[in-house]
Design a protein around this ligand. Sequence first.
Ligand code: SF4
Length: 378
Amino acid sequence: MSKRLIIFPRMGNSWISFKTYIKNIGDIPIIPRPLNKRVLELGVKYSPEGICFPFKVLLGQYLDLFERLNLGKERKVYIISLGGYGPCRFGYYNALHEKILKDLGYKNFEIITVEGIDHPFYRGFPKFIKMIGKLFGFHPPWRIIKGFINAGYKLYFIDKLEKLAYKIMPREINRGETLNTLNKALTILDKAPYNNLRKIKEAYEEGVEMLKRITIDKKKEVIKVGLVGEAYMLMDYDNNREIEKKLAYLGVEVDRSLRTSTWASDRIIFVKKHKEHMMKIIKPYLNCFIGGDGQESVMNTILYKEKGYDGVVHVLPFGCLPEIVAKEILAKVSRDIDMPVLSISLDEQTGEAGLITRLEAFVDLLRERKYKQKEVLV
Ligand code: SF4
């Protein structure tokens, strides 16, 4: 059987794990370029006016690949994309992307939508089996299992390396050293043989050692901020304008509430359990499901308060309905639990200088609050 060409949308560093899975099953991974001028241009040009920012980015990624690699016409390509979750536009993304691409003359492609089983179970099950068949192709089961294990570990290690790096970054002595080291560690992880779990683990350990060797100011007092908001904006540093890095350089230790591995676990594997847990926490503020990641934004803000964080930055794409609702609710949550929240709406028009100014002002406010709280305690 000939090898399939498979595209998976670029989302932060998770492409490393995706590449591993596709190679394990014997197909050919195609990695979109990081968000750049051309990708954005294509996405904005062919997307419906007023659609949310992530839609434009994804469309731009597909079109950029189709154009550069001559795909979707003579050469068939598969796109693996995540499916909708609740009442938001995400549920229409794949159908709409497909229509736009076909209208532009690309007919030789197929979008495989990855999603959990709808309830009731018996109704969602046939659709789920069909999706699994397309996702795995006609590959031997041992390759699929091995692919999942190796890719799953890489995803887990990517998250761990990023978490460690963003803990170190606000304390680094030499500006930029942590980011350079993180990128090197991720390259080592990417280059680790896709089919050898022992080597993948060794690559991760090497990355951890490299990060731990960075010289830091151990006594530096940092502010702790939680990052909440729409998933695609949170998980991709290009989409969110490297907000974690910007905050780290302002002396902030940032914790991102959503990572690709947690997304997969909450939205595909343990959907029911996750929803029940979340709805219980947010009940005083929201007793219905608003879709997207709006309810997660509210839940995580409450959880960050419980964990002793100093503030929350809420990142939303311009025009995102669930996050606009969440923004309104967060204003009340913020007052009730005494937790400063800064909501930042981003799209292709967002200016860099304005964004930095807002973050600086927020961090100053948090520092001031922390200082006053300490004074009261003394
Ligand atoms: S969560 Fe918001 S940005 Fe994401 S697809 Fe839904 S409406 Fe669009």
